[in-house]
Ligand binder design. Structure first.
Ligand code: GDP
Ligand code: MN
Length: 394
């Protein structure tokens, strides 16, 4: 799950990382009011930033500086009218503009290959890191964290020196360690600061001082771990999810849309994969992976059917249920209910074995469903139906 910059910054602040203050505004007037609060002594400009779940906002005109409240209101209006990479901007972040001396890149990422959290840094920050990685891989420093001890101080110092942050050693070490700590604290996959900036500020005696600030923040959370963090689910942004994915998640169904034409409804992830394989072997293309889970009741089955049919490409459905905890008759009732409700009629082939298979067969026969005894037969019938045939393959 991706979260917005402002929410990511809140998590960083909670871990003690240096982030400049900000407010979130949904209208130009609210942005103006926020700008007025920041434009005080020592703050000559505010920064207004689009809150969308994609990178490259700067290039797309989604990050602007404003020297007055009037100007902040105007640029906020411009940014709120933008669509960045197809996503409409609904909110902006407003904060004091930093006086940037240098921009660096620093991120904690989950490296699946080494099964560790690694810290990636580059003195060439600000720009998209993918471009740096492609053109000048030597400009990226990677140092793994220890799986148990975390990111030890000597490793953090090594990172700081290699990024040329010797003059900010203490802050750089705290930030490097803080990013790795943030990963663990929220079960994140990625905690990325780009830019981590050396900024110029006015010290207490009026002199210019330089310090490190996290000016941007991008965090992705491991969806499978959200259950361990009450409250983080509230940070989910509606743009993070396709409406069908959202509906599936809320219904407790594991649903992944694919490109084919044969909708598949199966219980159990392994059986769902096998079913997809057999559909392919029979010459068809699955339209989705769908695991209705163990013990699904009729209403859940009906819900799953609605999800499958929401894909206009689906022109045949294969239902493959192995009744263990799931009762075959319950699934059959769900299918009958779903067919009574559905707006679009699509040929369906049903195979139900296991618990209460006989009751299921009886219900399906009465309701005149097309059934199959074996999975191979079910796949062949579904593929034939998808091609516009009778489906009654031998
Ligand atoms: P992104 O393009 O979506 O990654 O958005 P960022 O927040 O990283 O901003 C893009 C660029 O805008 C940064 O690399 C900076 O160069 C610039 N920028 C962002 N915040 C400030 C700020 O407070 N002051 C100044 N001067 N520039 C900023
Ligand atoms: Mn950025």
């Amino acid at each position: 799950m991706k979260i917005q910059e402002a929410d990511a910054k809140s998590l960083l602040v909670a871990q003690g990382l240096p982030v400049p203050p900000w407010e979130v505004a949904g209208t130009p007037a609210a942005a103006r009011a926020a700008a007025e609060r920041f434009l005080t002594d020592g703050v000559e400009k505010v920064v207004v930033k689009a809150q969308v779940l994609v990178g490259g906002r700067g290039k797309a005109g989604g990050v602007k500086l404003a020297p007055s409240a009037d100007e902040a209101e105007r640029v906020a209006g411009d940014i709120l009218a933008l669509e960045i990479k197809g996503i409409p901007v609904r909110k902006v972040l407003v904060g004091p503009a930093a006086d940037i001396v240098r921009e660096l890149y620093l991120a904690a990422v989950l490296d699946r290959a080494s099964r560790r959290v690694i810290l990636m840094g580059s003195a060439e920050g600000g720009v998209e890191i993918e471009a740096v990685a492609a053109e000048r891989p030597e400009a990226i420093v990677t140092i793994p964290a220890h799986p148990i001890a975390g990111f030890l101080p000597f490793k953090a110092r090594e990172m700081a020196f290699r990024l040329g942050l010797g003059a900010h050693l203490k802050d750089a070490v705290a930030i490097a360690q803080g990013l790795v700590r943030t990963m663990g604290a929220y079960d994140a996959d990625l905690v990325e600061i780009n830019p981590l900036a050396v900024v110029r500020e006015t010290g207490p005696d009026g002199d210019a001082v330089e310090r490190l600030q996290c000016l941007d923040a991008k965090i992705t959370l491991d969806d499978s771990a959200l259950g361990r963090h009450p409250g983080l689910e509230d940070l989910r942004d509606p743009d993070d999810e396709d409406p069908v994915d959202r509906e599936a998640r809320e219904a407790g169904l594991t649903f992944i849309k694919l490109d084919g034409t044969i909708g598949c409804m199966v219980n159990g992830a392994g059986l769902a994969m096998t079913t997809m394989d057999l559909v392919k072997r029979a010459g068809g293309e699955p339209a989705n992976f769908l695991d209705i889970g163990g013990g699904a009741r009729a209403d859940k089955v009906a819900h799953a059917m609605r999800l499958i049919l929401s894909d206009p490409k689906v022109n045949a459905i294969l239902v493959n249920i192995f009744g263990g905890i799931t009762r075959g008759d319950e699934v059959a009732r769900g299918l009958i209910e779903a067919r009574a409700q559905q707006e679009r009629d699509v040929p369906m082939v049903v195979r139900i074995v296991g618990t209460n298979a006989a009751e299921a067969a009886e219900l399906l026969r009465e309701a005149r469903f097309q059934t199959a005894a074996t999975l191979d037969d079910a796949a062949a019938q579904a593929v034939a139906a998808s091609r516009g045939g009778s489906g009654a393959a031998a």
